[in-house]
Design a protein. Structure first.
Length: 289
């Protein structure tokens, strides 16, 4: 991959469309081997960026979904207690004593996503997606620092594993809480904006191939405008895609159709938003008469 443009083309080939800023951020993350922290409103394509990168590089995607209460045992590694117990019983039955070193050996280690990424044999590095890091407790971030800084994990009983082919690491956050400076410092950073109307239309065109051209254009423009209203939940790209898919199934070719009103639940997800979007749609339809 010689430059950001070449990467953008590869991503385009797997239907992920980037602007220059995101192409540069992803390119640098690859070339410098640094983790990339992606932030942006819901539905701007943060999670899909990592998935698309894995497909574009033709390499496995290893995914860690973060949530409140996520522990090291679920994210890094865990000892297989049941197998250890069995080994102890067996050893007792055979009168062959087991030492701690026997029990805490690689044989009894269970890989979780981060250790799996560190131990990936290569030659092409995997893409590790640490999705929605802001949902994990802030202590969890501290567990990641060694890995993010050195592409390694220290297991007290076994020593340090360092990746021979360091994974491409993408972290995402919705900013539901502030992340620690220590974590930010170890990452490159990019804020993903909503796509411009032209790119947004192209994203929808690829996702809903049968949709009529005027429907794609007016729906993406309308949703772009609706994001400027004070909504509880601004619609992202997934919502536009759902809306156009719904209208297309119903045979609509543009937003003038009555069906636009009946399918508003695809883009407005609370009673207040529904009312606000319905009003905006009414104004839009009148202006088309
Ligand atoms: N640049 C893009 N190219 C192609 N598809 C895109 C792009 N951006 C968003 N999408 C589409 O929009 C949808 C939502 O994207 P995604 O789930 O990645 O958003 P997100 O930022 O992770 O949202 P959340 O914060 O809610 O998790 C997906 O269906 C994805 O295919
Ligand atoms: Mg996501």
């Amino acid at each position: 991959m010689k430059d950001p443009l070449a990467l953008a083309r590869r991503l385009d080939a797997v239907d992920y469309l980037v602007d220059d800023g995101l192409a540069m951020a992803l390119f640098l993350a690859l070339k410098l081997g640094k983790p990339l922290l992606l932030e942006g409103e819901p539905g701007v394509g943060k999670t899909t960026a990592a998935k698309a990168l894995a497909r574009a590089l033709d390499t496995p995607l290893i995914r860690l979904q973060c949530y409140e209460g996520l522990t090291a045992g679920e994210a890094l590694y865990e000892w297989n207690y049941q197998r250890q117990l069995l080994a102890i019983r067996l050893a007792e039955a055979q009168h062959t004593p087991l030492t701690d070193a026997d029990l805490f050996s690689a044989e009894f280690l269970q890989e979780r996503p981060i250790l799996r990424a560190v131990r990936h044999p290569g030659p092409v590095p995997p893409v590790l997606l640490i999705d929605e890091i802001d949902r994990a407790d802030d202590e969890f971030e501290a567990l990641l620092l060694e890995f993010l800084g050195e592409a390694g994990i220290t297991i007290p009983e076994l020593g340090t594993y360092t990746a021979s082919t360091p994974p491409v690491v993408v972290l995402t956050s919705n900013r539901s809480r502030e992340l620690h400076d220590a974590l930010r410092r170890r990452c490159l950073y990019h804020w993903i904006e909503y796509p411009q109307p032209g790119r947004a239309a192209e994203i929808v065109r690829r996702a809903v191939p049968g949709a009529a051209e005027p429907l794609i254009r007016t729906a993406t423009e309308f949703v772009g405008g609706v994001r400027g209203l004070e909504l509880d939940k601004a619609p992202g790209m997934a919502e536009v895609i759902d809306w156009v898919a719904a209208l297309s199934v119903l045979g609509a070719t543009d937003l003038a159709a009555d069906d636009a009103r009946w399918t508003i639940g695809a883009i407005a997800k609370t009673p207040d938003d529904r009312a606000a979007v319905a009003t905006a749609l009414g104004t839009h339809q009148e202006s088309q008469l």
